[in-house]
Design a protein around this ligand. Structure first.
Ligand SMILES: *[C@@H]1O[C@H](CO)[C@@H](O)[C@H](O)[C@H]1NC(C)=O
Ligand SMILES: *[C@@H]1O[C@H](CO)[C@@H](O)[C@H](O)[C@H]1NC(C)=O
Ligand SMILES: *[C@@H]1O[C@H](CO)[C@@H](O)[C@H](O)[C@H]1NC(C)=O
Ligand SMILES: *[C@@H]1O[C@H](CO)[C@@H](O)[C@H](O)[C@H]1NC(C)=O
Ligand SMILES: *[C@@H]1O[C@H](CO)[C@@H](O)[C@H](O)[C@H]1NC(C)=O
Ligand SMILES: *[C@@H]1O[C@H](CO)[C@@H](O)[C@H](O)[C@H]1NC(C)=O
Length: 518
């Protein structure tokens, strides 16, 4: 890995960022400084600095390429009050449109206020737009749909109103949409279904409501955060690659879908404070990727046993305020450092005062049972996990972490950069769409190693892995390690990989892999 990174940095050095910035663009930056009321963190911008080569500064990043600014990031210090009354968002955006080659525009916590001008559509090269933590209000301008290269749209912590923008469906490259903590209302339109590239959808802390469209077709979706809205009643229908699913504080009711136990990439599941009823599947505790499970504040039933198993990486479990009976699984109580386990207000057989008597849970469960919800799901046995995981795998998708391959191939050929973006997004990392990562000259290192914490991977079908290993032929067998059998393989594009087959209970399933061999 270090050698790859080194190679990559050298690659960056070979392409110096800029010559002299066009004077009109330099002038625009000085005007931005004035419109922002000369904030202290821009104090080193003046007539004599070449802003493209200015001292690095945690508040400001300017990246230039061939005499123009391609990236402008200014971050205030978090608690900035609104700019004074004489601030004009219109003049501010007019000035921004004088930087027509901007690919990355991030203006956060600057106290910008007003309704976002439609002339934003003139920044037609924009790929990342982050205007979080300002005081922007009104509707999100539909003219954003003219920004055909847009891949990341982040408008968190503002005061936008209106419904979720239906027009997002015309932005086919969108990978990240985050509209957290605004006052959007109404339903999530069906048009989101066509966002094939979508990896992150964060709509938390709004007033959105109603049933969700079927999101199964969003096969790249990894993060869905709907916390603090009025969505419901049915559990969302999602592709199996979801890593983070947060439904906390909505109006979901009914039972949990039994195939939840086959979401083998799920790391974080928070369904707390809804009105879910019916059986809790203890096998969620042992999902191979699960780290954070919060089901608190529902009316989930079921009996837990001491001998149930948990995923080793499980760091946080909150089962509080449900109708669970039986005993707490030993794997939860075994004092693993830093693991948090909460379970008060159930009917577990414990010698402390945190639990209701068994009869409470039975009565409540009975009361829930006569509600007109389809409730009785088949009881969950350990084999269910194995079977459903096998089903999931047979159904299509396997996961291979290929960050190394990604770096090597990115650095290797300029040709790779010219691939169609859809394909590249499969290799994306860090929440930044990789079309951008490919344009390394435009984007700073921090940007590339950016912020959203989305795991880097691409998926392979079982067929692809079979092809790579000649159907798991014995000559590709490398041996058996602690975690299962290893096979060597060559992917379609020539990359050498190791493929590890994990043992999941009874079944042996080719799963998470791998590092490159070359
Ligand atoms: C806005 O008003 C402040 C005083 O409140 C003044 O210092 C500043 O120059 C004005 N800004 C603009 C852009 O007119
Ligand atoms: C910078 O340039 C502008 C116009 O070109 C001029 O009005 C201003 O006084 C200059 N500022 C400094 C500090 O030289
Ligand atoms: C943050 O901004 C406020 C007002 O704009 C200023 O008083 C304060 O010193 C700033 N804090 C830091 C850490 O820069
Ligand atoms: C939501 O945004 C407001 C400003 O619009 C901010 O004061 C508040 O802290 C944010 N809430 C959360 C939970 O981030
Ligand atoms: C776990 O314990 C329960 C009852 O204590 C028992 O019925 C069950 O067979 C056990 N399961 C395993 C896998 O040992
Ligand atoms: C958007 O800006 C906020 C505030 O500066 C930052 O915390 C967040 O990481 C940014 N998001 C991305 C993807 O750059």
């Amino acid at each position: 890995m270090p050698s790859c990174l080194l190679f990559f940095s050298i690659f960056l050095l070979l392409f110096p960022f800029s010559t002299q910035l066009q004077s009109s663009q330099a002038w625009s930056l000085l005007r931005i400084q004035r419109l922002l009321n000369y904030p202290p963190f821009l104090s080193n911008w003046n007539n004599y600095t070449d802003i493209c080569y200015a001292e690095p500064n945690p508040y400001v990043t300017v990246v230039c390429y061939e005499e123009s600014i391609t990236q402008l990031q200014i971050t205030g210090n978090g608690t900035s009050p609104p700019l004074p009354r004489n601030f004009s968002i219109n003049s501010f955006f007019t000035t921004l449109t004088r930087l027509p080659n901007l690919k990355v525009l991030s203006l956060t916590s600057l106290g910008l206020w007003g309704s976002m001008p439609t002339k934003i559509s003139r920044l037609s090269s924009l790929e990342i737009l982050n205007m979080s933590s300002n005081f922007l209000y009104g509707i999100i301008p539909p003219e954003i749909s003219d920004l055909k290269s847009l891949q990341t749209l982040i408008l968190d912590h503002n005061m936008f109103t209106g419904s979720f923008p239906e027009w997002v469906s015309s932005l086919s490259l969108l990978a990240v949409v985050s509209l957290k903590n605004n006052t959007l209302d109404g339903p999530l339109p069906d048009s989101v279904k066509s966002l094939d590239s979508l990896r992150v959808l964060d709509l938390s802390l709004n007033s959105l409501s109603g049933p969700l469209p079927d999101l199964k077709g969003l096969t790249n979706l990894q993060v869905l955060n709907l916390e603090g809205n009025y969505f419901g009643p049915d559990f969302p229908s999602l592709g199996k690659k979801v890593v983070t699913l947060i439904l906390r504080k909505n109006r979901f009711t009914g039972g949990l879908p039994s195939d939840l136990t086959s979401y083998y990439m799920l790391e974080r599941l928070d369904i707390s404070y809804n009105r879910f009823v019916g059986p809790f599947m203890p096998s969620l505790l042992s999902l191979p990727s699960m780290r954070y499970l919060d089901i608190a504040g529902n009316r989930l039933t079921g009996m837990l046993f001491q001998n149930m198993s948990c995923n080793y990486g499980l760091a946080y479990v909150d089962l509080s305020s449900n109708l669970l009976t039986g005993s707490l699984p030993a794997c939860l109580t075994s004092n693993l450092k830093n693991r948090v386990v909460l379970y008060s207000a159930n009917c577990l057989a414990l010698r402390d005062k945190s639990q209701h008597p068994n009869s409470f849970c039975l009565n409540q469960a009975f009361a829930v049972g006569i509600l007109p919800h389809k409730q009785k799901k088949e009881s969950v046995h350990k084999t269910t996990v194995a079977i459903s995981v096998v089903a999931a795998v047979a159904g299509a998708i396997l996961l291979v972490g290929l960050l190394m391959v990604f770096f090597l191939r990115r650095a290797n050929t300029r040709k790779a950069m010219k691939r169609p973006p859809r394909r590249l997004i499969v290799h994306a990392s860090n929440g930044y769409p990789s079309k951008l990562l490919a344009d390394a000259r435009y984007i700073s290192q921090t940007m590339k190693l950016g912020a959203l914490g989305v795991p880097s991977y691409r998926s392979f079908s079982l067929e692809e892995l079979e092809a790579a290993t000649n159907n798991f032929e014995s000559s590709s067998y490398m041996g058996e390690g602690l975690h299962g059998q290893m096979y060597r393989g060559r992917l379609n594009d020539g990359s050498l990989v190791a493929i590890r087959c994990l043992k999941l209970k009874e079944a042996t399933v080719p799963r998470i892999s791998t590092a490159t061999l070359s």
